[in-house]
Ligand binder design. Sequence first.
Ligand code: C5P
Length: 244
Amino acid sequence: MTSAASGLVVALDGPGSSGKSSVGAAAALRLGYRFCDTGLLYRAVTWLALGRGIRLDGHEGAGPDPARLVALVAEIELVPDSDGRLAHVSVDGVDVTDAVHGPAVDEAVSAVSRVPELRTALLERQRAIAAEPGGIVMAGRDIGTVVLPDADLKIFLDASVEERARRRAEERAVDPDSQEGRYILAQLRRRDDLDSNRAVAPLRPAADAVHVVTDGNTFDQTVDAVVGAIRHAEAGVAASGGAG
Ligand code: C5P
């Protein structure tokens, strides 16, 4: 897809709280790659839908009205940080990155992201970002399977749901054994289940993905593993004379 000299296109998929966003952003910085957290797009649509009172369970469980969700996409913009990484999201010019990581969005986002029309509306945007010059690490659920099936490297970042829930609880300064900690675990299990079993673009490793399991790793160890996998792939592309 790319020549190693200009950087590779890397798909980084995995379940919630597997570290895709933070690890991917740190790895991209070390490699001089661009970065994009696609979960922000689904989160921002969900946040807007909740704020606008759009029913997400739909009529008699039919799901949200696709046209109303698709109409929200135009209001959302991914915003680069000082290193050019697309790790923030704004709605009508206001940065809502913190707001879209709240529990209400965590709970509702899977009902929104399973809507095929919305996924189609976001697909071209993600592909256009990947097609800009320079290597990129793009984090999500379906990057290696649907968004960028020709990525130079596909990484599936995983950890047990207990470990992921513990990390999420720590991020929020919550005791993992408290009632709130147990709620975080239950919510992650539910989101894993919904994201993995939806009809369109379910969360699943691409057949050719490199698996990186992070249980017991420090953050830096996981970044090292991801950077190592990308350098290894760069060397392979360089040795084969570049793919394009
Ligand atoms: O990665 P993050 O946990 O922020 O993603 C939030 C939600 O957005 C996921 O639970 C999933 O439902 C949806 N998502 C998706 N496809 C992506 C990225 C995120 O369906 N590429």
